[in-house]
Design a protein around this ligand. Structure first.
Ligand SMILES: Cc1ncc(COP(=O)(O)O)c(C=O)c1O
Length: 489
């Protein structure tokens, strides 16, 4: 936490800095280039204080000289200014260029959406994914937000793009928590990811259009696209996420979860992100980036959102469902100005909106820092639960660098036995099989840690570990900790 020149309390943005050793470019030059890009994109705005050389060096695992050299270069170029005893700040450069925006890709509308939800039996330990832990949310902050929201007069002509005040607050929040350089004008407030997917589908899809969805992947995305007349094209994933090189060239859009693949947990590497964007530019397809749980990350530096790399090819969907609770019913959609305008027109035609009072309440939570405080607390709590899962099921766990769920890889023949055995002992788990469109190709459990307390996660995992050990030798978990193997898929 630092203080800006205006005296406001600020947090240093969580920048996705990635330095590659042995790339032929010195680490200091790489760091300088990335900081310069962040300043140009205003992810680091004028007046922002940079981390100390010691702090940044330790975060990046490099020597302090690397950071000092990069800062000195940027200082010499006029990007930075230093004040004796008070740190290094981004200089005020009024004519710095903003990131590029791209062409229109809008099309006509189509029809409706289906929903499902699950409820755990009393006393069961629910390790299924899809929910967040909301019991510890600050109730005083919640009541205060609604009191303030109630003071905002109701509007008879609500803005289809959402409350400007919430769009402003979210732009600042996303810049810091996801390093996404976004202008409030590029944001639409939705009722969550499902609503955003439907608006994009209604805007872009004609009956019969081919839409790629990760396989295995988020079944609600498939349902929503299919309900709008699309032909669903399953696009396989591996342990890193979407297999970009195998994408067909005739997709209208592709749905992906690059920060934490649902349900296998892969984190799309930079090289694949770049190839995916190149594919989209070449084929004219739109990438729909579902950024549903990216605010929770463990032991891994954040990677830049696809939207931040090329706002012209990508629609980013975010949601309060994981950072707070799905009950809030607020999310966001970011797109190029032309596409956002088209989505706004679709919304007006469908008489679709996000209720104003809930937007006002969420704006108060974001502006007052209540959401940030909750996220900080929950990052620690979720990290403990995730550690408990890794401690119990170690070498079988995949996709534990982010989010609120992991995958536990098992041989196909063991999945039903473990799932049913766990249910008989009061532990509910999900399987990867449920998330396939076609034949099951990735076998395992999907364990969420948003609904169960730390002691329950431990108990549930002990049950699962004992059931796995009881499996025939070919699929038993190793008795002693073993190095994590690369998954075969
Ligand atoms: C992959 C994925 N995307 C998005 C969401 C959240 O969707 P919504 O904002 O519609 O609640 C979830 C919730 O479980 C999810 O698993």
């Amino acid at each position: 936490m630092t203080t800006s020149r205006q005296g406001q309390v600020r947090r240093t943005p969580d920048l996705p800095l990635v330095l590659a050793r042995g790339s032929g470019v010195s680490l200091a030059v790489q760091l300088g280039d990335q900081l310069r890009a962040a300043m140009r994109a205003r992810v680091l705005p004028a007046g922002e204080r940079l981390p100390s050389t010691r702090g940044l060096a330790s975060r990046l695992g490099v020597s302090r000289t690397v950071v000092t050299e990069a800062y000195q270069q940027l200082y010499a170029e006029g990007w930075l200014e230093g004040r004796h005893g008070s740190g290094t700040y981004v200089a005020d450069l009024p004519d710095v260029a903003a990131p590029p925006l791209a062409p229109d890709r809008a099309g006509p509308p189509g029809a409706a959406v289906a929903y499902d939800y699950h409820q755990a039996a009393d006393g069961a330990i629910d390790l299924r994914p899809g929910t967040s832990w909301v019991r510890d949310f600050d109730q005083a902050a919640w009541r205060r937000a609604w009191r303030r929201a109630a003071e905002v007069p109701l509007s008879s002509r609500p803005d289809p793009y959402g409350l400007p005040r919430l769009r402003d607050a979210l732009a600042t929040h996303l810049r810091r928590s996801r390093a996404v350089p976004v202008d409030p004008a590029d944001i639409m407030i939705t009722r969550g990811t499902g609503n955003g997917l439907d608006l994009v589908a209604a805007t872009l899809l004609r009956p019969g259009d081919r839409v790629g969805v990760e396989e295995p992947g988020y079944s609600k995305a498939r349902t929503i696209f299919a309900a709008r007349g699309a032909e669903i094209v399953p696009c396989p994933v591996d342990e890193d996420g979407l297999i970009v090189d195998d994408l067909p060239g005739d997709l209208r859009l592709v749905y992906t979860t690059p920060a934490h693949q649902f349900p296998c947990g892969g984190r799309l590497p930079i090289s694949r992100r770049e190839r995916l964007l190149h594919w989209a530019r070449r084929t004219g397809a739109v990438i729909v980036e579902d950024d549903y749980d990216a605010e929770f990350r463990y032991d891994a530096a954040p990677l830049p959102a696809l939207y931040g790399l090329d706002p012209g090819s990508v629609v980013l969907l975010g949601t309060m469902s994981k950072s707070l609770a799905s009950d809030v019913g607020v999310g966001w959609l970011m797109a190029s100005p032309a596409l956002l305008r088209a989505v706004g027109e679709t919304r007006a035609r469908l008489s679709d909106r996000t209720p104003g009072p809930v937007q006002a309440a969420v704006a108060v939570l974001v502006e007052r820092g209540d959401l940030d405080r909750h996220l900080r607390r929950m990052r620690l709590e979720y990290a403990r639960r995730r550690e408990a899962i890794v401690a119990a099921l170690g070498p079988l766990v995949r996709g534990d660098t982010a989010g609120l769920h992991v995958m536990v890889e098992l041989p196909g023949h063991a999945v039903d036995r473990v799932t049913e055995g766990a249910a008989r002992r009061g532990v509910l788990v999900d399987t990867t099989g449920r998330h396939h469109h076609g034949p099951v190709r990735v076998h395992g459990l999907v364990l969420g840690y948003g609904s169960a307390s730390l002691p329950d996660v431990r108990k549930g995992c002990a049950v699962i570990a004992s059931l796995i050990k009881g499996a025939p030798p070919a699929c038993a978990a190793p008795a002693s900790p073993a190095p994590r193997a690369r998954p075969p898929w």
